[in-house]
Design a protein around this ligand. Structure first.
Ligand code: 3NM
Ligand code: MG
Length: 519
C-alpha cells in the first residue's frame, strides 16, 4: 500500500449502490474496471445496506483494489474499515468527529474529511485530516441532501486558504456533478494562485458509464492534460511577454491575422451582426453569425473563436450560448463573453450567473458597468446598454479588471475611453481609439469579435494576442477619424472599415511602439 504522503488523489472514485446509477451491475466488477482505467483511490459508499452486507462487500472490494495498488476508504463507517483492514475512511461533517476517528483507527489510516467552507476546511486541516473532499461543486442528482453548492468560486476560496501548493498542504478533491465535459475547466477555475485541486471525485461519471474503464481512463487523461488545454493567458512553458516584447510581437501577429481567414463565430444580437461581420472581414477573419446552438459543436472544431454577446438573453438565446460555450470549451478554442447591459435588469444578472456556471471564458469583455455586474458588485443601476458615466478612477478600474481576472482565471477587458486589460498578473491601460467609436452602435461588440479571432490565432500568449487585436482595431479607428472623409459617426463607419483593412496591409511599415498608447 502507498504511504500516506504518496496519496494520489487525481481520480477518486466514490461508489453508489442505487439502481439509478449502478443499474444491474455488480459494484466489484465496476470498481475493477475503473481500477483498470486508472482511478487512483476508491471510496466505498453505501448509505443503506446492513452492516453485514457492508463488511462483505468492502472485503470483496478490498481484494480488487489491492490487486491494483489503489487505497480503499470506507464512507463514514469506522467499524467496517477496521473489520476489513481498509486503508482508511471518509467522514462528513455529521459523522464521527475527526479526533475520535484518529483515536479509533490505526495511526497510518487515511482520514479524509468533507469541507464546504473555509471554516470547515481549516478545522479539518488543524485536526490532521489527510485530505479534504470539497463540495458540493454543482448540484447533483446522485446526492439529494447536499447542503451547500459552492461552485468553482467557493472551491477557490477554500483552496486559497489551504495552501495546497505548499509542503504543509493537504490534498483536496472536489465533488459534485464533475464529468469528462467539465473536469478541466473545474480544475482550472478552482485554482487560486499556486493552490490547485489534487484531483476530482466522481460517482456517476464512472459508475453509471456504459464502460467504466474507458470513462476512468478518459477522465484521468483529461485531468492530467488540464494545464495544456486551460490556462489563464500564457501556455505552460511560454514565458509571459511584457513591455518591449509585446511591441515587437504585435505587427507580426497582425500581419498573420490579415491573411488567416480565421473563424470568428458570433452569437450576437441582430443590431450589430452586420457591422461586426464587416469588421471581422476587414481584419482578415472569416465571420459567421450563427445563433444556432445545434451547429456549435461543428463550428467549434474549426479552430476559431466564439463571441457570446448577451445582447438579448431570452430562453432560446441562452440555450444557444450555453451550447456554444460547452462546445468551444470541449474543442479547446477560445470564447469571449460580452455581458451586454449586464447590470440593467434582473434577467440579465441571472443570465450572467448562469453563463458563468456553464463554462469557461477566455475573455470577459465589457464596459465598467458590465464588468461590475459580472463581479456581482455593481451598485450602479444601468439604464441601457451604453456606457454610463464612470464612477471610478484609473487605479480602481485597473484593480477591478485584475481582481476579476484572478477570480475567473481569464482575461478581463474593460472598454472605455481608456481600455483596461488584465490576466491577473499583467495589467495594461490602452488609450488609443476614436471618440466616434462611442457614437456608433456595436463598436464594443465588434471589438469582441476581433479579439476572439486574435486569441484563436495566437495561442502562446492570450494577453499579447488580445493587445494585438485591440491595437489593430483602435489604431484603425484613429486613422479613420483623421481621414478628411470622416465628418461624423455616419461617415466614420465606412472610413473605419477601410482603415481596418488598410492598416492590415501596411502594418509592417508602422511604428507600433510610437502609435500605441499603452501603460
Ligand atoms: N458527496 P456525482 S456530492 C457522494 O457534496 C457525494 O459532499 C457530495 O456524485 C458532497 O459525481 C456526492 O454523480 C455525489 O455527481 C457526487
Ligand atoms: Mg457522510
Amino acid at each position: 500500500m502507498p504511504n500516506k504522503p504518496d496519496l494520489d488523489l487525481s481520480l477518486y472514485l466514490v461508489t453508489d449502490a442505487t439502481s439509478e446509477i449502478l443499474g444491474d451491475n455488480d459494484v466489484c466488477q465496476v470498481v475493477e474496471k475503473a481500477c483498470k482505467g486508472g482511478v487512483t483511490i476508491v471510496q466505498y459508499r453505501d448509505k443503506h445496506a446492513d452492516t453485514g452486507v457492508l463488511i462483505k462487500t468492502a472485503s470483496e472490494l478490498h481484494t480488487v483494489t489491492q490487486k491494483y495498488n489503489v487505497p480503499l476508504l470506507i464512507n463514514d463507517r469506522l467499524d467496517v474499515c477496521l473489520a476489513v483492514g481498509a486503508e482508511g475512511v471518509h467522514i462528513g461533517q455529521d459523522d464521527t468527529p475527526l479526533e475520535a476517528a484518529r483515536r479509533i483507527l490505526p495511526p497510518n489510516a487515511i482520514i479524509g474529511v468533507t469541507a464546504s467552507s473555509v471554516q470547515e476546511a481549516e478545522a479539518a486541516i488543524q485536526g490532521g485530516a489527510d485530505y479534504l473532499g470539497i463540495g458540493t461543486m454543482f448540484a447533483t442528482p446522485t446526492k439529494k441532501d447536499t447542503k451547500s453548492i459552492i461552485g468553482t468560486r467557493g472551491t477557490q476560496e477554500i483552496l486559497a486558504r489551504c495552501m495546497t501548493g505548499t509542503k504543509h498542504s493537504v490534498g483536496c478533491v472536489a465533488i459534485g456533478s464533475i464529468n469528462a465535459a467539465n473536469v478541466q475547466r473545474v480544475i482550472h477555475q478552482s485554482t487560486a494562485d499556486e493552490n490547485r485541486l489534487s484531483g476530482v471525485a466522481v460517482v456517476s461519471a464512472i459508475i453509471a458509464a456504459a464502460d467504466p474503464q474507458e470513462a476512468a481512463s478518459e477522465l484521468l487523461q483529461r485531468i492530467r492534460s488540464t494545464a495544456e488545454k486551460f490556462y489563464i493567458s500564457t501556455r505552460p512553458g511560454v514565458h509571459p511577454a511584457s513591455g518591449e516584447v509585446i511591441f515587437q510581437q504585435t505587427p507580426g501577429i497582425i500581419e498573420k491575422h490579415v491573411s488567416s481567414s480565421i473563424l470568428s463565430h458570433n452569437m450576437t444580437n441582430t443590431v450589430v451582426q452586420n457591422f461586426a461581420a464587416n469588421v471581422c472581414l476587414a481584419t482578415g477573419a472569416s465571420p459567421i453569425m450563427s445563433l444556432n446552438g445545434a451547429e456549435a459543436p461543428d463550428l467549434a472544431r474549426l479552430g476559431g473563436g466564439l463571441v457570446i454577446n448577451m445582447g438579448t438573453a431570452t430562453a432560446d438565446t441562452m440555450s444557444a450560448y450555453q451550447a456554444g460555450v460547452k462546445a468551444y470549451n470541449a474543442a479547446g478554442n477560445p470564447v469571449l463573453l460580452d455581458p451586454v447591459g449586464g447590470g440593467a435588469t434582473s434577467v440579465r444578472r441571472e443570465a450572467i450567473r448562469t453563463l458563468l456556471r456553464t463554462g469557461f471564458y477566455d475573455v470577459i469583455k465589457g464596459n465598467e458597468g458590465e464588468i461590475g455586474a459580472v463581479m456581482g458588485a455593481s451598485t450602479v443601476q444601468q439604464r441601457g446598454v451604453d456606457s454610463g458615466p464612470s464612477s471610478s478612477n484609473a487605479q480602481q478600474k485597473a484593480e477591478m479588471v485584475k481582481s476579476l481576472a484572478r477570480r475567473e482565471r481569464c482575461l478581463v477587458l474593460m472598454t472605455g475611453v481608456t481600455d483596461y486589460l488584465s490576466d491577473g498578473r499583467r495589467t495594461v491601460a490602452i488609450s488609443n481609439g476614436s471618440k466616434w467609436l462611442g457614437k456608433i452602435t456595436g463598436s464594443g461588440c465588434a471589438l469582441g469579435s476581433v479579439v476572439v479571432s486574435y486569441l484563436a490565432l495566437h495561442r502562446a500568449d492570450k494577453f499579447v494576442a488580445a493587445i494585438a487585436g485591440i491595437l489593430h482595431y483602435e489604431l484603425a479607428a484613429e486613422r479613420a477619424e483623421q481621414n478628411p472623409s470622416c465628418r461624423g459617426p455616419g461617415s466614420f463607419i465606412p472610413a473605419f472599415i477601410d482603415e481596418l483593412y488598410l492598416l492590415g496591409q501596411d502594418i509592417k511599415s508602422q511604428d507600433v511602439r510610437k502609435l500605441a498608447r499603452l501603460e
